[in-house]
Design a protein around this ligand. Structure first.
Ligand code: GUN
Length: 292
């Protein structure tokens, strides 16, 4: 088993981003600027947004975190998004998900100017991604592709099985793996909660991407010998063992699956770190105007 090490890969790519950010700042007279809107106080979201902001500082971006209580209305949030859309000093805008139930995430996603949509969730970016046109690619699938690229893993012609069909990970991941691009060119099966014979489907995978949000969901009996296993899960459980008061578990039962896998990502230290890299790369592209 070989480890797909998010620490090593993310550190290397962040060095490159830092250099490019410095070049941008020198010529533009301002830093690339990411705004993250956080509604409410979901523990996971707080951690993710704090990490996104910290990483922006590390690579020389400006970052702004706008926070609202759970009682903000959809109209108020959309008004703020429209204001940011028109602000030339802001390159990228993300609204952290999940949102409170009274706010429709699809409306919010479509309110963001697609040229600032560094999450890559806007239907224009999604459509352009499917067509293999320049676009913002959702950060987690983007980070996973960068990791496969870094290790030079040739997945063309292989069977890939994605577990989970979320808008954020599973669905865009299936498009990227199937695209005529490198990495890509896989034969893709997108599985979900209604899939019949899930175990048999996952067993077909030369590449398995687990993005279902359930601790240790993918077990060793579901994984083919020699598979490349990508674990997107970040399942938090309270723990007295750690300083933070919680412990992270992946969607993959790591130890037994690692014995069968050729390559595998750890949790933590795998995909999570690459998600940040995907977001930083998109923000830099937004600032440079190289996509739109
Ligand atoms: N919630 C979980 N992952 C993400 C992400 O990549 N972007 C946003 N905006 N919210 C998330």
């Amino acid at each position: 088993m070989n480890l797909l090490d998010g620490k090593v890969v993310s550190a290397k790519i962040k060095e490159d981003i830092k250099k490019e950010a410095a070049e941008f700042t020198a010529s533009a007279g301002r830093k690339p600027h990411l705004v993250a809107i956080l509604v409410g106080n979901d523990g996971g979201s707080e951690t993710y947004v704090a990490s996104k902001m910290r990483n922006c500082e590390l690579v020389g971006f400006e970052s702004t975190n706008i926070r609202y209580g759970v009682d903000i209305t959809e109209e108020e949030l959309i008004a703020k998004i429209h204001e940011i859309n028109l602000d030339p000093t802001i390159d990228g805008l993300i609204v952290q998900l999940p949102l409170p139930k009274h706010i429709d995430p699809d409306k919010i996603t479509e309110a963001i100017d697609y040229r600032k949509d560094v999450d890559g969730f806007h239907p224009i970016n999604l459509g352009r991604m499917q067509r293999n046109l320049p676009c913002f690619i959702p950060a987690t699938p983007y980070g996973i592709m960068l990791m496969l690229e870094h290790y030079g893993l040739d997945i063309a012609g292989k069977k890939a099985v994605v577990v989970g069909r979320s808008n954020i990970v599973g669905s865009p991941m299936s498009i990227l793996l199937a695209r005529n691009s490198n990495p890509g060119n896989c034969t893709v099966t997108l599985t979900h909660s209604r899939t019949a014979n899930l175990k048999e489907e996952v067993l077909q995978g030369d590449v398995v991407v687990a993005a279902i949000g359930k601790k240790n969901f993918v077990t060793a009996d579901m994984v083919k010998e020699g598979a490349i296993v990508i674990d997107v899960g970040i399942n938090r459980e309270n723990s007295t063992e750690t300083k933070s008061g919680f412990k992270l578990y992946g969607d993959v039962d790591f130890e037994p699956v690692a014995k069968k896998a050729s390559w595998i990502t750890p949790v933590p230290g795998g995909v999570g770190l690459m998600t940040i890299v995907g977001l930083l790369k998109n923000t830099l592209e937004a600032a440079k105007g190289t996509i739109y």
